[in-house]
Design a binder for this molecule. Structure first.
Ligand SMILES: [Zn+2]
Length: 45
């Protein structure tokens, strides 16, 4: 069940910034999603 464990370190995250706001806004990490506090964008993991 626990197959998808984190394999990479946190040093490299390909999609951390908000796709709408760009590099100005980072996505907040949640357990199952990422959200942008700026525009309200939400992304499922
Ligand atoms: Zn945003």
């Amino acid at each position: 069940m626990a197959e998808k464990k984190e394999r990479q370190t946190k040093a490299y995250v390909p999609h951390r910034n908000c796709p709408k706001c760009g590099v100005q806004s980072k996505l907040a990490e949640h357990t199952d999603r990422r959200t942008c506090g700026r525009c309200g964008y939400m992304e499922k993991k």
